[in-house]
Design a protein around this ligand. Structure first.
Ligand SMILES: C[S@@+](CC[C@H](N)C(=O)[O-])C[C@H]1O[C@@H](n2cnc3c(N)ncnc32)[C@H](O)[C@@H]1O
Length: 252
């Protein structure tokens, strides 16, 4: 009897500890997840379902090339993770044209080691910055294309606003910013990044966040294996690139 009571108490302690850890991780800055053991240290699993690692790379590559990305263009990959998309974009783009921002340096290093290899890095000379506050100006240049794949799906409104304001500073008149979010009936009202769970926003909220920065907003139907909604974000001028992007195959 005493043994069973001890066992029950032990189980209750374990459950309490698990909930405490889950609560702490929910509000944790992403860089802390590794230091504390992380919810998944694997470089592929950290950015999403491992079995979708290949298709999520292909979707990003197909989408951007169908929106006009060519090797001479520059690309900023916001939250580039373990280079899931970078492993297709880096070989494709001309040397020096791929830029990745990511708070988790270990993810990028694992991506280089396990997905790309140092020879390709030497040949294509991508640039990386390890930043967790959407300081997209760290490279001191503008970009032809920007992508934020599964970033707003985890971000709080102030983070999305910061990212968009910063993106505007590194966009020229013909730049195109492709992002996605989880469309929902209600908004996530928290103030923190949530990971690995996703957070929803209504289309009106996303549109408001984008247009508040003086940028154009265009949601379009293009397959996303995780069910996110794609949007085009662009400067308010009449750019031929934006017009043709809106008519690109797969967009409506
Ligand atoms: C779901 S993963 C997507 C990674 C990558 N875009 C892809 O498709 O594989 C989200 C990524 O955002 C990164 N992240 C978290 N906070 C960020 C921030 N403030 N700025 C840029 N990236 C961030 C995470 O570390 C993680 O690598």
């Amino acid at each position: 009897m005493g043994f069973i009571a001890t066992l029950k108490e032990y189980r209750r302690t374990l459950i309490r500890a698990r909930y405490r850890l889950a609560r702490q991780m929910k509000h944790m800055a992403p860089q802390n997840s590794v230091r504390l053991g992380g919810h998944n240290p694997h470089h592929r699993a950290f950015v999403g379902a491992k079995e979708k690692y290949d298709i999520m790379a292909a979707v990003q590559f197909n989408l951007l090339t169908s929106l006009g990305l060519r090797e001479h263009h520059s690309l900023l990959d916001i939250g580039c993770g373990s280079l899931r998309a970078g492993r297709l974009f880096i070989p494709y783009l001309s040397p020096g044209n791929y830029y990745g921002i990511e708070p988790e340096e270990w993810l990028v290093q694992e991506g280089i080691k396990l997905e790309l290899g140092n020879e390709l890095i030497e040949l294509k000379r991508p640039s990386f910055a390890y930043d967790n506050d959407f300081n997209l100006g760290v490279f001191n240049r503008t970009f032809d294309y920007l992508i934020a794949q599964s970033i707003f799906t985890h971000s709080a409104k102030p983070q999305i606003a910061k990212c968009l304001a910063s993106a505007k500073q590194v966009m020229g008149s013909g730049s195109l910013f492709v992002a996605n979010y989880i469309h929902g009936e209600k908004d996530y009202e928290g103030r923190h990044w949530v990971y690995p769970e996703c957070v929803p926003y209504t289309e009106a909220t996303m549109r408001g966040l984008v247009t508040a920065q003086g940028l154009g907003f265009y949601p379009f139907a293009y397959h996303h294996p995780g069910g996110a909604t794609w949007i085009l974000i662009f400067p308010p001028c009449d750019s031929p690139k934006v017009r043709s992007a809106m008519n690109a195959p797969g967009t409506i």
